[in-house]
Design a protein around this ligand. Structure first.
Ligand SMILES: Cc1ncc(COP(=O)(O)O)c(C=O)c1O
Length: 377
């Protein structure tokens, strides 16, 4: 099976991990701050806090904002559950705004419609690696005095108006799960330009304790906030540093694969099959490459036919409001999100990762044509 995503690990990565394993620190050591420094240098953000997953990163991002309990936070339903779950972890209420039918990103016009007196923040997700309408969202936030979190789990290396994501929102989250651009096994980080938020997130990842063992001059320490253990290990950060040395190469290959897909899929002549749209002022980092299957072919049938042919396609995403937990607790209705409904019923993720070969791209495209033909009959 050709997977839809996978890590790329080389000898330098292995050496880096071995070195960390035989050093004095397995966790809370120098590799953590070294990795954070690399992330700051790459994104241009002033501060970074590395943690044990993208989900933890989102949790402490919302936590650091210290919003009143019951605050409404507007987000997209077309994302991984973590983008919304972090709202619940912090005692706030998720409010979904529908997506744009071209980019599949949250639609600023729909955000405006969902603002109430209780709205205190927006979490926007750069779907597939394409930055959202950041200027429009920032304008709304400024006007309504809202905080913004960018869920850039898909978007390490993506650009908006020529600038890398990482410093646009109050807080920007990244994930280093193996299917992402770089990996630390599990891992995530938040970047920010706010020293105050940076200090709070450092506390939140470590129980709210004010000093790490290395910073203590006696046994004494205080716990000043209710934090968690979201610490990332030096072993993971050593891998992250080594992976970041290859980020440009990783991003370039993803782009190259996408260009090949776009050309080859467009020349199939399969009517109704749609390739992704990228706005002219953005660079997609291509965590995902998705197509919309023709309306007259069942997506689920295409999915099964692709899997039968050894292609590990996936669906990103089942809209969050469809999960039984969300239905039961919040009573969301599908009909409130017509664009998400349409896109999520036709979307299919094709394999895209550094190690995917040109031959495999041809195999995927051939299987796509056969599967759609099969699903139409
Ligand atoms: C958009 C989005 N946000 C957050 C996350 C959570 O990241 P992690 O898996 O590192 O916890 C993911 C994971 O895939 C994601 O796709």
């Amino acid at each position: 099976m050709i997977p839809y995503g996978r890590q790329s690990i080389d000898k330098d990565d292995l050496r880096a991990v071995e070195e960390a394993l035989t050093s004095d620190y397995l966790t809370t050591g120098p590799k953590v701050s070294d990795f954070e420094k690399v992330l700051c240098e790459f994104t241009g953000a002033k501060y970074a806090v590395a943690v044990n997953s993208g989900t933890s990163a989102l949790d402490i991002a919302v936590g650091a904002l210290e919003l009143p309990k019951g605050s409404e936070i507007i987000t997209t339903p077309f994302s991984f559950a973590a983008s919304t779950n972090c709202i619940l972890y912090n005692g706030c209420k998720p409010v979904f705004a529908d997506i744009d039918k071209k980019t599949y990103n949250i639609d600023p016009k729909q955000i405006r419609k969902k603002i109430t007196s209780k709205t205190n923040a927006i979490i926007y997700v750069d779907y597939s690696g394409q930055p959202c309408d950041i200027d429009e969202i920032k304008e709304i936030a400024k006007e309504k005095n809202l905080k913004i979190i960018e869920d850039a789990a898909h978007a390490l290396g993506a650009k908006y108006k020529g600038k890398l994501v990482g410093g646009f929102a109050d807080l920007t989250e990244f994930s280093f799960h193996p299917v992402k651009h770089i990996t630390t096994g599990e891992g995530g980080a938040i970047t920010t330009n706010s020293e105050e938020l940076y200090k709070k997130m450092r506390l939140l990842r470590n129980h709210g304790i004010d000093k790490t063992p290395a910073e203590r001059t006696s046994y004494k320490y205080d716990m000043v906030l209710l934090g968690r253990n979201y610490r990332i290990t030096d072993i993971q950060c050593a891998l992250g540093i080594s992976q970041m040395k290859k980020i440009d190469k990783f991003l370039k290959r993803r782009k190259d694969i996408v260009n090949q897909y776009n050309k080859k899929i467009s020349s199939l002549g399969t009517g109704g099959l749609e390739i992704p749209f990228v706005a002219s002022d953005r660079e997609n980092a291509w965590h995902l490459y998705t197509v919309l299957v023709p309306k007259e072919a069942s997506r689920d049938k295409v999915f099964d036919e692709m899997r039968k042919r050894g292609i590990g396609v996936n669906v990103h995403y089942i809209p969050t409001y469809k999960f039984s937990y969300y239905r039961k607790n919040f009573g969301f209705k599908d009909s409130d999100y017509p664009v998400t409904e349409e896109v999520s019923s036709r979307i299919l993720s094709l394999p895209v990762y550094y190690g995917l070969t040109d031959e495999q791209i041809d195999t995927v495209v051939k299987a796509l044509k056969e599967s759609i033909d099969e699903a139409k009959t």
